[in-house]
Design a protein around this ligand. Sequence first.
Ligand code: NAD
Ligand code: UDP
Ligand code: UDP
Length: 322
Amino acid sequence: MARLYDSRKRILVTGGAGFIGSHLMDRLLEQGHDVICADNLFTGTKRNIDHLHGHPRFEFMRHDVTFPLYVEVDEIYNLACPASPVHYQHDPVQTTKTSVHGAINMLGLAKRLKCKIFQASTSEVYGDPAVHPQPEGYWGNVNPIGPRSCYDEGKRCAETLFFDYHRQHGLEIKVARIFNTYGPRMHHADGRVVSNFIVQALMGEPITLYGDGNQTRSFCYVDDLVEGFIRLMDTGPEVSGPINLGNPAEFTIRELAEKVVAMTGAASELVFRDLPQDDPKQRQPEIALARETLGWAPEIALEAGLERTVAYFRALLPELKA
Ligand code: NAD
Ligand code: UDP
Ligand code: UDP
């Protein structure tokens, strides 16, 4: 609910102690809003939000979104969910619960408050896509019973819930389908390709390519993504999404490895490991809708974003080596 004497909003960010959520909260606080972070610290860390402790407009709640939450806010960004395959496969049942029960609780909260709610969905709803690049109208190619399904199907069901609350209860929803994103505060051990390669290069360890390294991904720098989130949240009730947010510049995993090696001056060799089951062969967002609706497109090229990410992990090195 709007404050009596000023226009700043009180905003709930679930999963705010994670990689993307912490950058989002930084931006919202910079804009002058009050921010409540609800996070169970499953994959997020206090380190990501250390700099916010003592901030007069910031509040942290250790809370699991699979349980009801009663707070008073003007907007909700629902990001809570482990995002890397290593993390979401650690306790797959909890992953589905987080997406599904978490969505129900946050939608129930939004319904009571009559406030806007944003969902961090994912390109994984497209599965191993048979259409390339992936437009929002593509329904996807997802294995419902594989090791990635807890995440993919959980996120698909969350989208269903968002659209049903929208149709049934008139909720104002904003659904973003996020493609691979990277940047400072990624978890160093979450197994994602950018953090893996950078940490391996900085430690002088072999760079692990899964499969032949010819599979592709499109990597978006976190600041660009957060800009897209905020623009989507600021749209009127006619915009619900889903809207793809990602960087359409597509690279093979081998190209990424070569860039990281060149940039860090590492002596690391490239080694090949088995490709995980159901690993998508290619992924590239079609972002025409985001360009048109939000006037948004990524601005930070892979090299520039990697420089900043390498600098972050370089500063962490003493700790990683300890
Ligand atoms: P992350 O793991 O760094 O952050 C997720 C946060 O959610 C963590 O702080 C974690 O502790 C919290 N969390 C997990 N389960 C919870 C629960 N039950 N209750 C409360 N908090 C819980 O991941 P991220 O990369 O920052 O991803 C944020 C969101 O964006 C996720 O919903 C993810 O699915 C989505 N996304 C991310 C990417 C990407 O490339 N990083 C791509 C597509 C979608
Ligand atoms: N809920 C919540 N906070 C609120 C309101 C609701 O966490 O402020 C949860 C509550 O646990 C409920 C869920 O959201 O189970 C769905 O709410 P809804 O009103 O849609 O359904 P109902 O209460 O009828 O189950
Ligand atoms: N990958 C790799 N080496 C690693 C980690 C990942 O070759 O050390 C590959 C992985 O098999 C996939 C791509 O890089 O093809 C992106 O993996 P990530 O887990 O970052 O994201 P997702 O598969 O969810 O897009």
